[in-house]
Write a protein that binds this ligand. Structure first.
Ligand code: AMP
Ligand code: MN
Ligand code: MN
Length: 320
């Protein structure tokens, strides 16, 4: 953490980047860091390859997020958040990152870190936003209310609203500190957990496509481009839906397969805790955590589904 903090302190023009299909933590930690650094008079630019889920458009500073790269030489430092592989940020930004002299990483995902000049990567944290909050506190940075709001959303969403196994006492302390610094829980929750009819229809389709096997311990489902089109939804509408499969009583491991516009298949896996789904994801070039991991694979839906199902079945069989 100290190396990352020193690198950030020395920079006056900072470029902040996080992963594609950003979630609440990717956006919350990026915008949170922007507000923290702007309060110190630093010049900050934010990049996201998108698409941005609607529920995060309310975040303060969202209008500053851009999918346009800065000119080379315009920035002193890039900070990569909520991921540690440049390819996770998108093709355009990965190329750009590789040319930069200084990249600092803050992330909580499993896996080897082979990139960057300073990296603070620790899977014991529930969220990158939790790490950014602790960094700010240990460096004595003041936390403006806008920063607190963004960081709170990151912690809230990556813990499934303080429900998942990663919800430690430290998470509650950080959340309490952010609430004290100006994060307003009810206004935030109304935005983040707004009822969106198209998403509930999408969830209906996910349940229509549900396949339970392994005595009900494995749940698989899928969403095609045609399904998305039918309900008028996009890829950013699926983030919260994935969680529902894991919580079907008896289900230990779940996976959702979704076609993307480029014809590849995005796989989202969830485990209740006994099977480490990040192993399956990392083996296939993806990543994540023990209980939540993902990978994007070339191939048709049926083939990818069969391959992943076999690996998850093996994970379940190894428990017995
Ligand atoms: P998701 O299923 O997209 O919600 O992702 C679950 C977890 O796995 C998150 O922590 C993601 O950041 C991570 N993840 C998803 N897809 C990938 C990927 N292609 N490469 C690395 N990590 C991923
Ligand atoms: Mn994320
Ligand atoms: Mn995260």
């Amino acid at each position: 953490m100290k190396d990352v903090a020193a690198m950030i302190s020395q920079a006056s023009r900072v470029w902040v980047v996080s992963h594609v299909l950003p979630d609440g933590d990717a956006l919350g930690s990026s915008l949170g860091l922007m507000h923290l650094l702007a309060a110190q008079g630093k010049q900050v630019r934010l990049f996201s390859a998108g698409p941005i889920p609607e529920e995060y458009l309310f975040l303060p500073g969202m209008d500053r997020v851009s999918d346009v790269l800065p000119e080379a030489g315009e920035m002193d430092l890039a900070v990569m958040l909520d991921c540690h592989q440049p390819e996770r940020t998108g093709p355009v930004s990965a190329k750009f990152l590789a040319q930069l002299p200084r990249v600092a990483i803050i992330d909580h995902h499993q896996g080897e870190v082979e990139f960057g000049q300073a990296a603070w990567v620790d899977p014991s944290f529930a969220a990158t936003s939790e790490m950014v909050t602790i960094l700010a506190q240990s460096e004595g940075w003041s936390i403006p209310p806008q920063a607190a709001t963004c960081l709170f959303v990151g912690v809230q969403t990556d813990t499934g609203s303080f429900r998942y196994a990663n919800t430690t006492p430290r998470v509650f302390r950080v959340a309490a500190d952010l609430a004290e610094a100006g994060a307003e829980v009810w206004p935030i929750s109304q935005e983040v957990y707004a009822t969106r009819p198209k998403r509930l229809r999408l969830l209906g389709r996910i349940m229509d496509n549900l396949e339970l096997s392994q005595e009900g311990r494995l749940a698989l489902s899928q969403i095609t481009l045609a399904d998305l089109e039918k309900v008028g939804a996009g890829p950013a509408d699926l983030e919260q839906a994935v969680e529902t499969l894991r919580l079907i009583p008896g289900v230990e491991v779940s996976a959702l397969f979704r076609q993307n516009a480029k014809g590849a298949i995005k796989v989202s896996m969830r485990s209740r805790g006994k099977v480490d789904v990040s192993r399956v994801a990392i083996d296939l070039g993806g990543g994540g955590h023990k209980g939540a991991a993902g990978v994007t694979m070339e191939g048709n839906l049926e083939g990818v589904r069969r391959d992943i199902a076999t690996r998850l079945r093996q994970g379940l069989e190894a428990l017995a």
